[in-house]
Design a protein around this ligand. Structure first.
Ligand SMILES: Nc1nc2c(ncn2[C@@H]2O[C@H](COP(=O)(O)OP(=O)(O)O)[C@@H](O)[C@H]2O)c(=O)[nH]1
Ligand SMILES: [Mg+2]
Length: 681
């Protein structure tokens, strides 16, 4: 038996920019609740969550880590997440496991890029949000100003639930018992009234009582509307603390255990059932008596313990005896050993209740984003997918040692399974294996893992750009495929038309033949032939996009028509059409966001325009810093990291995300086409 129920569970993801103090905050929370004897330190490499050797060396979290504590009778699961934009994927991917995203903001540096991205990601996911302003002990912090900035950036629903006092030596509660006296800025009474006002707005009946009775509402009366206000993003409480001095930590523990939603109080997880047009939302409920449904939000490939699948139970119970299916698999596995996580430690537990975050080990078929369940009829059951940024930073790699190819493929596959923003692709045009991630640091860390954990050393070079091809005009194509070899012949004839679609339109295949000129069963063969060319492209070996193909006429032969004949006819008719349809190459254009000292602005702008880029705007931040936003072709960003460092004395940083695809200039298209020679038959 578990010693707590689903109602007692609180699931909190600590998110936010690197250096905000998330990992240190976990130490403070664990020490204050007696889980660990004393807080560990980032600098000494003694924290629960940054347990990995590379994290200790870098002094930064590189991956999400999980632990838990008990306070006020509640079982609180904490997920610490990495704060560098490069590891965004590993932070975003834990969100389906929690009801609450706690945004940790560094009181000194204020709102940073990951603060913005994670606030949005949590909002997209309909999570309840809490803002924790940490490092209030910092002498440079201006808490009044920061609080205003938070409200300006994230809305007036962000309201202090406590306030720092005595020069950040303590914090004063503004919700449960607003009698704590003077504070460093703002007033307790006023903050109390603002929260109550905000909370009662979600409950008409309570609003009436409130208007009659004035402010005499008890915290118990406010509990449900408070949860509703969190759920509806009508309230985002702000609290203050210092993870190193411990100020505000007991108050934070109280807020988490008494006010943050339990699994039944958060927004229901967005489960879907079915495929394609039949896909429909399904409700799962944190009811321990229903059958089990869990979602795997994290995979860790451990050299000693094998593969760990970390999952959140959304419905039902899981015990060591439970037989779980992975998605649509026909054969279940027996759980056998069930673990709770405490950093790198695994603690065996007899059972998990709804809301629990647990792990199973050594289940080969388990994969990231898999749904685990214990019933046969949960086919095509899944959680609506996370919006992860497209990984654009690429490195082409090949093993240093010959014969290591398979080892490399296996290792890359494992790394891919741990990180939704890491992809490996094989670029057929250039015959290269390309790893793609969110930034140079991201890839550097993964290369080290390849070498240290999987003992594969690789050589790297800049990859080819993921160009695309498309057409810019309508055209007709025709091919008659006829072959007579011995007795059996091949025959198929296809007329088709190609036309450009809107950017992002993908590919559409329409059968507009009438009167059975081509029997129905051959239409898929024609599509198959067309799709072969789509992958190979028509100009320079890149996949074709945004193209509609309509087959409108053809001929068949009752004996000699075969799938292969129509596949060939389809392919060649398509090539014929595309060649006449003014094909062009498209290149990825990225949005770039550079943070640097304002004095570097001129140099950065000049450099960007020499890369066919342009600046769309810039924004001044505190302490002379600016954020520049612009657009630039990905192909021009070779070596940008080094250039940026050179132009900014080593301190500038940047991030990119895909904006759109655009036509490449004619001279570049010609170069690429010349370099490529299609192996035509
Ligand atoms: N002064 C002060 N320093 C802190 C506080 N919290 C964390 N730090 C320091 O800030 C640095 C980054 O902390 P860390 O927990 O790694 O931040 P994370 O990237 O958000 O996990 C470390 O050197 C911590 O010792 C705090 O409340 N006050
Ligand atoms: Mg950290």
């Amino acid at each position: 038996m578990s010693d707590y129920n689903a109602e007692d569970v609180r699931n909190i993801a600590l998110v936010g920019h690197a250096g905000a103090g998330k990992t240190t905050l976990v130490e403070a929370l664990l020490a204050a609740t007696g889980v660990i004897p004393a807080p560990g330190s980032i600098n000494k490499g003694t924290t629960v969550c940054d347990y990995d050797p590379m994290e200790k060396e870098q002094l930064h979290s590189l991956d999400a880590a999980i632990t838990s504590f008990t306070a006020h009778g509640k079982h609180v699961n904490l997920i610490d997440t990495p704060g560098y934009p490069d590891f965004l994927g590993r932070a975003i991917s834990v969100l389906p496991a929690v009801e609450t995203a706690a945004m940790v903001i560094n009181a000194q540096s204020g709102i940073e890029p990951m603060t913005l991205r994670m606030m949005k990601a949590a909002d997209n996911r309909n999570l309840c949000r809490l803002i924790i302003v940490n490092q209030i002990d910092s002498p440079e912090a201006n808490l009044a100003e920061l609080t205003e900035q938070i409200r300006e950036t994230f809305g007036p629903e962000c309201l202090p639930i406590n306030l720092p006092a005595d020069g950040a030596q303590r914090v004063v509660d503004c919700f449960f018992d607003p009698t704590g006296g003077d504070t460093d800025f703002s007033s307790v009474e006023e903050s109390h009234a603002r929260i109550i006002d905000q909370v009662v707005e979600v409950d008409e009946n309570l609003m009436e009582v409130y208007l009659e009775q004035g402010q005499d509402l008890k915290p118990e009366q406010l509990h449900d509307p408070f949860e509703a206000a969190l759920r509806e993003a009508h309230l985002i409480p702000i609290c203050y603390c210092s993870a190193t001095t411990g100020v505000g930590i007991p108050e934070l523990i109280e807020i988490i255990s008494r006010l943050m939603p339990n699994p039944a109080e958060g927004n229901p997880p967005p489960f879907l059932k079915g495929e394609g047009a039949d896909m429909a939302p399904v409700m799962v409920s944190p009811d321990p008596t229903k059958h089990a449904i869990a979602h795997v939000f994290k995979i860790i490939n451990d050299p000693f313990r094998g593969k760990l699948g970390i999952f959140r139970i959304h419905q039902g119970r899981v015990t060591a005896q439970t037989q779980l299916y992975v998605g649509d698999a026909r054969k279940p596995f027996k759980v056998n050993h069930l673990f709770r996580l405490h950093g790198t430690e695994l603690i065996e537990v007899p059972e998990g209740v709804p809301g629990d975050i647990l792990a199973v080990s050594r289940v080969d078929d388990i994969h990231f984003d898999a749904v685990l369940h214990d019933s046969h009829d949960e086919d095509h059951f899944h959680l609506s997918s996370m919006e992860c940024p497209v990984p654009l930073f690429g490195l082409a790699i090949h093993p240093t040692k010959r014969g290591d190819e398979q080892k490399l493929t296996d290792a890359l596959h494992k790394l891919e399974s741990e990180d939704p923003c890491f992809h490996v692709e094989h670029n057929a045009a250039a015959n290269e294996t390309v790893m793609r991630g969110l930034g140079e640091l991201h890839l550097r860390v993964l290369l080290r893992r390849l070498s240290e954990q999987y003992h594969v050393d690789v050589e790297t070079h800049p990859p080819s750009i993921p160009y695309r091809e498309t057409i810019t005009a309508k055209a007709d194509g025709h091919h008659r495929h006829k072959k007579q070899t011995g007795g059996a012949g091949q025959f198929g004839e296809v007329y088709l038309r190609v036309e450009p679609m809107e950017r992002g339109g993908g590919f559409e295949f329409i059968d507009a033949t009438v009167g059975g000129v081509i029997p129905n069963n051959f239409i898929p063969s024609i599509e198959k032939g067309v799709r072969q060319v789509l992958d190979e492209g028509a100009i320079a070996g890149y996949p074709m996009h945004d193209i509609r193909v309509t087959v409108y006429d053809g001929k068949y032969h009752p004996v000699d028509s075969k799938d292969i004949a129509f596949a060939t006819a389809g392919r060649k008719a398509f090539i014929d059409a595309v060649e006449k349809a003014r094909p062009v190459l498209l290149e990825p254009i990225v949005k770039i966001r550079i943070t640097a000292q304002g004095s570097a602005m001129g140099d950065l702008a000049g450099d960007l325009s020499s890369r066919r880029g342009r600046i769309n705007g810039s924004d001044s931040k505190s302490r002379g810093r600016i954020v520049i936003e612009g657009e630039v072709p990905l192909a021009e960003l070779d070596g940008y990291d080094a250039r940026l460092k050179a132009l900014t004395g080593g301190e500038g940083t940047y991030s990119i995300e895909l904006s759109h695809y655009d036509t490449v200039p004619g001279n570049i298209q010609k170069q690429l086409a010349d370099a490529y020679q299609r192996a035509d038959d």
